[in-house]
Design a protein around this ligand. Structure first.
Ligand SMILES: *[C@@H]1O[C@H](CO)[C@@H](O)[C@H](O)[C@H]1NC(C)=O
Ligand SMILES: *[C@@H]1O[C@H](CO)[C@@H](O)[C@H](O)[C@H]1NC(C)=O
Length: 457
């Protein structure tokens, strides 16, 4: 944290030797009068200045309480949004048990995968989010290519004919495209262009909302990020009124799995006021860095795990029902790994050493890439599935029916808002994985909407 020492500069008003060395009484009296008048003048002039300066300083002060105040003074607060209810109305679709208790089953559907989404798949979702629409340097957004747009339109047509209450959203940004966000956000004019562009895009394409896909906001961005979300909410509410729409447009924001990153890069409670939910990308815990380990562990390990991430967010925001836990339909593998898995140890977290990777492999590619799914084993501690081939030293960590079952159990236990799939077009033709997620009973017995974590330790 940067030092906040106040710069105590030399001040001629209080250290002028001529003021200190006067010796006649009259002079002293005059001086006393002078000092009193000066002090009064100082108070009159300085108090408002100090007030203004402290208000400005608040904007940059690094605590969330302060930031909320300073933001509240600039934009009128959004009309009261319920904090105890999940703001979705997708209870029409009886095919998804989760929808009956207002939990979400959200699917990302991408512009780049091969498989085309089917109506059958869309029926199993409460929300579908199309990835991506591209943000340009001047703040306007558009599809990357004709292919991207056509694939979106195909999805939209299928969704429209369903009439299942499915919500259709678009992911704004993307991994590579994220570099444009930071400079855009800092420029008030360009930020407004982006917000206007998102609103027109949402309107023109009959979308129910947007997912802000910025990888990642950091400590320099967090103020702009939260202002952006707030201004976007206001803009979409204006659009809602203009369109005489009954329901508010949906806004979601992706956040990283790393607790330290969540802590440094986001004003979470400020964002929470304006979004319908956070999409927590709870995977890739071991994708970067010098470690080998499970892709999406619920517990254990040295680089964080789902429980740590979700507990942090639930305790910090007190809104577990606004948190969606992501599950990957792709796996991660290393070759020439030296794991002790062929022994008795359950230690699948290792230094990378001479292993090469990580590489990603889609669920629907496993067979053609010669991974034998039936040889998968289950790691109890992390609740993840893996394949270890001692002869070739290949190590694959991935989701299958069993590990997804554990994840749906976790969502139910912790009464989270729902699940988010990356990505439905990586599933096989039988929808093996989507079936597990969408048919799971994630409705908790209590439905208390309370925090099911011990936040005191
Ligand atoms: C923004 O930039 C894109 C691509 O550079 C350009 O096609 C578009 O016309 C620009 N829009 C505005 C409003 O300047
Ligand atoms: C595989 O790992 C071993 C040590 O475990 C190392 O000596 C060897 O060079 C590695 N081979 C490749 C192809 O990376």
């Amino acid at each position: 944290m940067a030092s906040r020492a106040i710069n105590k500069q030399y001040n001629p008003l209080f250290s002028d030797p001529a003021l200190l060395n006067r010796n006649t009484l009259s002079k002293k009296l005059r001086d006393i009068c002078c000092v009193i008048v000066t002090l009064i003048l100082i108070s009159i002039i300085c108090v408002p200045i100090a007030y203004v300066l402290s208000t400005v300083f608040m904007l940059f002060y690094d605590t969330e309480g302060k930031i909320i105040d300073s933001l509240t003074t600039t934009v009128p607060p959004v009309t009261s949004r319920s904090t105890t209810q999940i703001p979705i109305t997708t209870t029409k679709n009886p095919n998804i048990p989760a929808a009956s208790c207002r939990k979400r089953v959200i699917g990302y559907y991408t512009e780049w995968e091969k498989a085309e989404v089917s109506e059958k798949q869309l029926k199993k979702l409460t929300h579908v989010i199309y990835l991506f629409v591209n943000v340009q340097e001047n703040g306007t957004i558009k599809f990357d290519s004709d292919r991207a747009e056509n694939r979106f339109l195909d999805m939209k047509n299928k969704a429209m004919t369903l009439n299942s209450g499915l919500k259709m959203m678009i992911g704004v940004g993307g991994h590579a495209n994220s570099v444009v966000f930071s400079p855009l956000m800092k420029d008030v004019g360009k930020r407004k262009t982006l917000i206007d562009s998102i609103a027109s895009f949402t309107d023109e394409n009959d979308l129910d909302g947007v997912d802000i896909f910025w990888v990642w906001s950091n400590s320099d961005d967090k103020l702009h990020h939260s202002k952006f979300i707030r201004e976007l909410r206001k803009r979409l509410n204006d659009l809602k009124s203009a369109k005489r729409r009954n329901e508010e447009y949906l806004i979601s924001v992706i956040v990283p799995p790393s607790v330290s990153h969540l802590d440094s890069g986001y004003y979470l409670n400020e964002i929470m006021k304006h979004v319908d939910f956070l999409n927590v990308l709870t995977y890739d815990y071991y994708f970067n860095g010098n470690r080998v380990g499970p892709h999406s562990p619920i517990y254990g390990g040295t680089r964080g795990n789902i429980d740590e991430t979700m507990k942090y967010l639930a305790c910090k925001t007190k809104k577990p029902n606004k948190l969606n836990m992501a599950v990957p339909f792709y796996g991660t593998f290393w070759i020439n790994a030296s794991l002790p898995l062929h022994d008795d140890s359950d230690d699948i977290w290792k230094e990378k050493g001479d292993a090469r990777g990580p590489y990603a492999v889609r669920w629907n590619q496993l067979d053609s890439e010669k991974w034998d799914k039936s040889s998968a084993r289950f790691h109890e501690k992390s609740k993840t599935s893996y394949i270890w081939i001692p002869e070739t030293k290949h190590f694959l960590t991935f989701e299958n029916e069993k590990s997804l079952g554990e994840k749906t159990k976790y969502v139910k236990e912790k009464d989270l808002g729902g699940m988010l799939i990356w990505a439905i077009d990586q599933d096989d033709e039988e929808n093996t994985l989507l079936n597990v997620v969408s048919s799971a009973d994630v409705c908790s017995e209590t439905e208390k909407k309370s925090v099911e974590y011990n936040c005191n330790n």
